[in-house]
Design a protein around this ligand. Sequence first.
Ligand code: ZN
Length: 495
Amino acid sequence: MHLRILLLFTLFCCKSLLFSQTAVSNPSKSDFTRTLSILASDWLKGRGATQKGGYMASEYIASMMGLYQLKPYSPDRYFQNFKVLEHTVKKASFEIKKGNKTIALSENDFELTPISQSLQKNTQVVFAGYGLSVPEENYDDYKNQNVKGKIVVVLRGFPNHNDTTSAVYQKFKKLFPEENNLEEMKLKNAINKGAAALVIIDYNQNFRLKNSNQNDVFHSLKNESSVSIPVFRLSKSTAEKLLSDNKISLETFEKKAQNLQTASALLKNTIINFSIDLQTRTFSVRNVLGMLPGKDTTKTIIVGAHYDHLGIKNDSIYYGADDNASGTSGMLALAKNWSESKIQPKYNILFASWTAEEIGLLGSEYFAQNLKNQKILLCINMDMISRSAPEDKARRILSIGTQKETEYLKKIARESNAKLQNPFNLDLWETNGHSGSDYASFTAKGIPIMTFFSGFHEDYHTPRDIDSKVDLDKIQDVLFIVNNSLLKFIENQPN
Ligand SMILES: [Zn+2]
């Protein structure tokens, strides 16, 4: 009996010794449960990026990074400080001028997506069909049109979008499967052609225009690197007032477009005069960054999660236990285990806690814009890793997003999942064209990513996203996959 115990004990010791020398142990519940509860507590008040709770959360995360003996990323302790702007649209106006006649729209006649500065324009107008340039179909709404400095008016949709059985529809649907991507593409196209603003005509006659953006605040980085233009959305009847006297009827245009013929034109005798008046406040915010220096310090792998949430709104605390105290506590648990393993990783591992994700992925964007010459091999992102969608009764679905071009990361994810005692039902999706979380700041720079997400639930972005509802077993298994993927990725790198 005694001998057996001793033997078992010896075996156990050898095994753990062996383990600690070859790998980094997978986080267990005790490595993240307390951290998650503190992040999602009353004390941190929902961690609003521009609020006191966000500031206090950053102090707490930095102190944990200190405890785990990570190296501060910058001389400025663990913090990467920067400024974000909060804008409110105070007033917006939109007038159509035809000769001596002026039609002033009321604020309920249009919907506005503003940019991060006040703006006033009084300029010519070009009708540019669907606003698309599709060389593979030999279709270009901008052909022979100079729209530089002018306002571009386009229709929603694409050629023959009403006839779902037509060949033209099917070709375009394949190119633009999602309405959001299509509109983003139209905006990019207008910006590239030098337009001053984009006006989108909505097909639906009953479209109820609501100026959501005119009442809400929106945010931007103080020094934005990208150029944008405002987007106005008009109903079809309002747009007809704009196009009248110009021999352009939307019906004729749509008919021609069915045969991929364009009918773009400068609107004669027509001027649009718009103004957007913003009120702007500046806030200091910060990412929290701690490093485990690698043998090769020229290359870095990021393990990141945003720590901010919605903070206090209308006197309610939005705790954000799943979104994203779960990912943040997971990131810290991995930092703890990697640091305690005393294994010097092959490359730097940067443990990153992004701020201002909820107000436009601004923390990760700021970081990605200020990378300088650092080579980032991979960015792992964890955003909401503790809950399951209501239809996922067994709570075994896990989404892992990667770029289409990085098939090898899907393979790593599958292999890591297979090592789990009770493997997940993996939803391996492609992030190309998506921007739902901080991974998008990195894909925009061509950096490979893996993004982990455990499912949408009814408590998403409500004060009910609280820590008593998180699924600790699920987090533990997600972290198992993250850790094993990280180890496998490093192992697979050429020497
Ligand atoms: Zn989130």
